[in-house]
Design a protein around this ligand. Structure first.
Ligand SMILES: [Zn+2]
Length: 368
């Protein structure tokens, strides 16, 4: 460094510092690439031989006491300029350019509308199932669930469908393949009704039992407007020492009024199910015409909705193998079952069962 300040008056200081600042600015303007920037940093701000160091060392030390303050102020201003120039030069280096590009790529336009997450809602099948379960829960029933892949024993045999019984033909069954080595009762199938959970519940607890069983069931049915190979049921089971058919009628009459409105009437017709004796089909007065007769009820004024009956003693005998409390001579009970899809179709006026499973948001959105 060869700058010398002959005397320390203000004009000389201004000249000297103005020249230094001009040199720094010119040098900074000519920088090209990281190596240049580093050279600039060393020349001006190097700890040993940097020009700022030299100014602060040599000039400040040799300045008379009365000039130190004026010199110090100018030195600080020059230092700020050099630091600013260096920061600017570093900001335009290769690394900084890459960082800038990355930031630009990640930039978010906060003026754009945000990504809305759709609120979930219950599927109409789930909602209907929960409504049915809720009616019985209010009567003191608890909820039971069980496996969808069942054994032949639980799905058929213990429900009083012996092997080869013609009633098995009414439920076209989807059977798991390659089970020839298993015994008939251990062979796996997709449950055709939620009834297996009745037996599983009785096996796991002594009477009394009040349980509703919502769930998915499978049958080898061709899909059409009202049939699907997969559908949902809610079954119910009530077991105690003094259960009568009147209890069954009263319970289901109450449940139908709770589901479809207090004006709904019920009536019971003899029917057949292997696991109940006697068995009945339940009809409700048409909810569309109030019983006068319309297209929906085929002018009859009544709609068939569910099956029910008193639990067959043969079913209790199977339960008693594990829980002696289900002695068919000592206890009585009733059971019922209804299709969830059918009830949902009636409640919401849906004519195609397939719409429940199509996943079409235009359809499902109507139930939000
Ligand atoms: Zn009608």
């Amino acid at each position: 460094m060869n700058e010398e300040i002959p005397n320390y008056d203000e004009a000389a200081l201004d000249r000297a510092f103005t020249q230094l600042e001009r040199q720094a600015r010119e040098a900074a303007a000519a920088l090209n690439g990281e190596a240049d920037v580093e050279a600039f940093r060393l020349e001006w701000m190097g700890q040993k031989q940097g020009r700022l160091k030299e100014v602060s060392g040599r000039w400040l030390k040799s300045a008379p006491a009365e000039a130190k303050k004026a010199l110090g102020l100018r030195f600080n201003a020059l230092k700020a300029v050099v630091e600013g120039l260096l920061a600017e030069a570093l900001g335009h280096g290769a690394n900084a350019a890459a960082t800038d590009a990355a930031l630009r790529a990640e930039a978010i336009d906060i003026t754009l509308p945000g990504t809305r997450r759709l609120m979930g809602a219950e599927h109409p099948i789930t909602r209907t199932m929960n409504e049915i379960v809720g009616v019985f829960a209010a009567l003191g029933y608890s909820v039971g669930v069980g496996p969808e892949v069942e054994t032949d024993y639980y799905n058929f045999e213990c429900m009083n469908f012996p092997p080869g019984h013609p009633a098995r033909d009414t439920q076209d069954t989807l059977v798991v393949s390659n089970q020839d080595r298993r015994s008939q009762r251990d062979r796996l199938l997709l449950r055709t009704h939620t009834s297996p959970v009745q037996m599983r519940t009785m096996e796991s607890q002594p009477p009394p039992v009040r349980i509703v069983i919502p769930g998915k069931v499978h049958r080898n049915d061709a899909a059409d407007a009202t049939h699907s190979p997969i559908f949902h049921q809610v079954e119910g089971l009530c077991v105690d020492t003094n259960i009568t058919f009147s209890d069954l009628k009263g319970t289901l009459d109450h449940a139908m009024k709770a589901l479809f409105g207090s004006a709904v009437k019920t009536r019971f017709f003899p029917s057949f199910f292997p696991f109940t004796e006697p068995s009945a089909d339940v009809q409700i007065s048409c909810i569309f015409c109030g019983g006068k007769g319309c297209k929906k009820c085929k002018q009859s004024g009544w709609i068939e909705l569910l099956g029910c009956g008193m639990v067959d003693p043969a079913v209790f005998a199977f339960a008693a193998e594990k829980q002696p409390g289900y002695d068919p001579k000592k206890i009585l009970g009733f059971a019922f079952g209804m299709g969830v899809e059918r009830i949902a179709m009636m409640k919401y006026g849906i004519s195609e069962i397939g719409q429940f499973y199509a996943g079409d948001m235009r359809f499902l959105g109507q139930f939000v």
